[in-house]
Design a protein around this ligand. Structure first.
Ligand code: OAD
Length: 245
């Protein structure tokens, strides 16, 4: 099938015929909103810190104030970010196909801001606070204390995100894995596909017959096994894709 746009006809047909589209997004989908990705260099003061070192329970226990300062910096940065055309295109796609499961590894809430509903936040949310001791959700502590305290037990609060070495929230993991079994199109968008278990979802979808698409600026470990690869910025590719579907 020829199309007036650069999107492969096979992808357009797959989306037009799709009953259930599974979308997995990573930091790349928010890059054009000005939110640094994990594996790109961090800007300014934080350039000397490696996110892979700060986003851990051990780092928090060793220096809760330093970890809070990093997260407060990220909260301020993300609070100024706006969804980009890629986020809005994903919201539109959900209106054009019978069913979409949207799983994001991002903690920035930009999919929700762009109007996506039922977003499965696989790694939690940057703007949620939890008690480090009990794990319970707490009202956002704001900025008043260096390290906010739990109102129930007096323990430290921590950002409600999944840190390295921690398990994915059960409800999110169950929802994400259940949807793999019955999607007919799987779209991996803006993720380096190196962090498990999310990095293994595309193979699970392909094994049950789904068409796997990757949208990424660069090659990833997933690239060689996807059926269709669109190299470029998701904020440019996805709106064009939606116009063609
Ligand atoms: P990464 O920083 O690992 O990867 C970002 C991906 O987005 C890379 O493959 C880039 O090539 C791609 N990219 C950058 N800009 C893009 C754009 N404009 N359009 C399309 N693609 C673009 O971020 P994630 O893959 O999300 O987990 O990282 C996964 C997880 O690793 C994170 O959720 C985090 C980290 O460990 C936790 O914190 C638990």
């Amino acid at each position: 099938m020829t199309t007036s746009c650069d999107i492969p006809g096979a992808l357009i047909s797959a989306l037009r015929d799709a009953r259930h589209v599974y979308i997995l997004t990573g930091a790349g989908v928010s890059a054009e909103s000005g939110v640094p990705t994990f594996r790109d260099a961090q800007e300014g003061l934080w350039a000397q810190y490696d996110p892979l070192q700060l986003a851990t329970p051990e780092a928090f226990l060793a220096d809760p104030e330093l970890v809070w300062r990093w997260y407060r910096w990220r909260r301020e940065l993300v609070a100024k970010a706006e969804p980009n055309p890629g986020h809005y295109a994903i919201t539109q796609l959900a209106e054009q196909v019978p069913s979409v499961t949207l799983i994001t590894q991002n903690v920035d809430g930009l999919h929700q801001q762009a109007g996506s509903s039922d977003v499965i936040e696989f790694h939690g949310n940057l703007f949620v606070d939890r008690c480090f001791v009990e794990g319970t959700l707490q009202a956002n502590a704001g900025e008043q204390e260096a390290v906010p305290k739990c109102q129930d037990c007096g323990g430290h609060l921590r950002p409600g995100v999944v840190w390295f070495g921690e398990s994915i929230p059960t409800a999110a993991l169950d929802a994400a894995t259940a949807a793999i079994g019955n999607c007919d199109v799987f779209m991996s968008i803006g993720t380096s596909s190196v962090v498990w278990p999310a990095a293994g979802f595309a193979a699970g979808a392909a094994n049950q017959g789904a068409t796997v698409i990757e949208v990424n600026l660069e090659e990833t470990p997933l690239s060689s096994t996807t059926h269709i690869r669109l190299q470029g910025k998701s904020g440019e590719i996805l709106p064009e894709l939606i116009d063609c579907v």
